[in-house]
Write a protein that binds this ligand. Sequence first.
Ligand code: TRP
Length: 327
Amino acid sequence: MKKLLKIALTLMLVTGCSKQTINETNDDKPVIGIVQLVEHTSLNIIKDAILDQLDTLGYKDSENCVIKFVNAQGDVANLPTIMQNLKAENVDVVVAITTPVAQAALSLSSETPIIFSAISDPVGANVVKALDDTSDNVTGTSDPVKVKQIIDLALTIDPEAKTVGYIYNAGEDNSVSNLKILQEYALEKGLTVETATISVSSELQTASSVIANKVDFIFVPTDNTVAEAMAILASEGIKANIPVYVGADSMVMDGGLATVGIDYSDLGIETANMVDKVLKGTLISDIPVETFDSNLSIYINKNTLESLGITLPESIANDPKLIEIGE
Ligand code: TRP
């Protein structure tokens, strides 16, 4: 069946949330592909929010739609194959969670709409030409790291800090973009930046113990490779008595000291809303990229704070945006 007709027919089903009738086959249901790069707390939160919101919007897997969920288990080299498999399954839309997944999904975008989820810098990663240009059949939700606010937070807690350590996977364009922002801001603030790169999460322990000796605090962006082993970095920080500031709330949940950032459930919900729009016929070119940079909270891990023996300055302790995690 022609794709549009197929989508139109199924939409009547979806909109009515009605069950499949006897002569409907799998063939008539929209197929939603969702690809997650790896297992870590934030990506799990995003994936769950997408699935919950799709359910709320009336999409019931195998009743009136087919949801093909794939976790790439961190294997970037396998992403092209995953994309080709989804193509063979005639997906109607692909949700690409993380920068590396979205970059791999571009191979399908001439035929299949791509909705990315949680890309820190979609332009820097060459996923869209500009935030207001979604003419290449690619749109989605962006989660820029609040680098300046996070560094300001670190300097409010320790005004004497002179050196910041940045650990990242140089293969993740999202982390390369954030390093540039950090370097510019550090210059302005008179901070020296020390970097350490890892290519797999098993290298994080060594990288963090080496860098901890050289810096006053560590800052890691929303790097997927770091996030995967965040608990290890958190304990290395405590061992060396060095605060670890992070790019996302989930990394505070996993033991990092603090961040300034968004609630990723909101981002997941909006990603699902975009899927719904596309399946109901809205063109990707009419759906702008949505950047999540308001509704920010300060997330602090109380246990880590205590282990490091830090007392929060009044200005932070009394901030209405403060969310304490732990205990
Ligand atoms: N922003 C990351 C990217 O561009 C993905 C991501 C979302 C992430 N939340 C995170 C990475 C939390 C690490 C930690 O790929």
